[in-house]
Design a protein around this ligand. Structure first.
Ligand SMILES: [Zn+2]
Ligand SMILES: [Zn+2]
Length: 277
């Protein structure tokens, strides 16, 4: 079922030449670098960009757990390679739910990081247990090891996090809603929406601008459960071969404003799910 979707066979699609004049942008919005303790250490920003370009992506987003400290490196890699990049993080909220915060600039993403760090336990990472958390340069030198444990949630709730993301001018996406753990549907049983005045978003909209299906999610089963939200599919890559294995495409501009318009129009198309690993 999943492989008979809009694009036909995923392997064929990956070999198709990129058509730069079509106005269609193809993107993977959920990628972890080596800074995420659970990601492979080969996930240098330079390697992520190389794989995304060779896979025909027009845009990517870097979304490490609770931190955007490798976004300066990937910004430079993306600039050199001529691929568009959004800068963000995967915020694990107080509800233990994973959510993506995406921004146009490194500065916005780093301000978001400070806000999340301020609501995290000051616990030192144990690399033996959780994995290393290197912050690197665009050309793969290690600058420092993030001392703070990133494999933990923060005290910010979904309404608080959504408000902060939108105040900073970003996009907020409910991550891998099909997963039983760490997802809005799996954990809360629904996609939460503003209920009281204090939860109203700066733009008057909902907490989430879109929802994400994971790479193996069967859209015929999940689309009815996400109502009228725009759907995305991204790789959630923790190793190089998974970068851009699945993707989303739409006609428009790859930027926060461009994606906001695409999401509002529910004009996304998602790649087929993976049925084998
Ligand atoms: Zn996640
Ligand atoms: Zn993730």
């Amino acid at each position: 079922m999943g492989t008979s979707g809009f694009f036909g066979n995923a392997d064929t699609q990956l070999r198709r030449p990129i058509c730069y004049n079509s106005g269609i942008v193809k993107f993977d919005l959920h990628i972890h670098s080596c800074l995420s303790p659970c990601a492979n250490l080969e996930m240098a920003p330079s390697e992520i960009v190389r794989k995304a370009v060779s896979s025909g992506m027009d845009g990517i987003a870097l979304t490490d757990h609770q931190s955007a400290r490798n976004t300066p490196a990937i910004a430079e890699c993306a600039r050199r390679a001529g691929i568009k990049c959004l800068f963000g993080m995967e915020v694990q909220t107080a509800e233990e739910v994973h959510t993506l915060a995406l921004f146009d600039t490194v500065e916005q993403a780093l301000e978001m990081t400070e806000w999340v760090y301020a609501a995290m336990p000051k616990r030192v990472n144990d690399p033996e247990t959780f994995g290393d958390q290197p912050i690197v340069t665009w050309d793969d030198d290690i600058v420092e090891m993030e001392w703070r444990i990133l494999a933990m949630g923060c005290r910010r709730t979904i309404p608080e996090t959504a408000t902060k993301v939108h105040e900073l001018g970003g996009l907020y996406i409910a991550a891998h809603v099909d997963r039983a753990n760490h997802s809005v549907i799996g954990t809360l049983g629904m996609i939460p929406e503003p209920m009281v005045e204090s939860e109203q978003q700066p733009d008057g909209g909902r907490f989430f601008d879109a929802v994400e299906l994971s790479r193996t999610a069967d859209e015929s089963m999940w689309l009815p459960k996400i109502g009228d939200y725009a759907v995305t599919r991204s790789s959630d890559a923790h190793n190089i071969e998974d970068v851009a294995r699945v993707w989303t495409e739409a006609e428009g501009e790859f930027s926060v404003a461009g994606l906001k318009a695409i999401f509002a129009a529910k004009a996304t198309r998602i790649s087929p799910r993976l049925t084998s690993f």
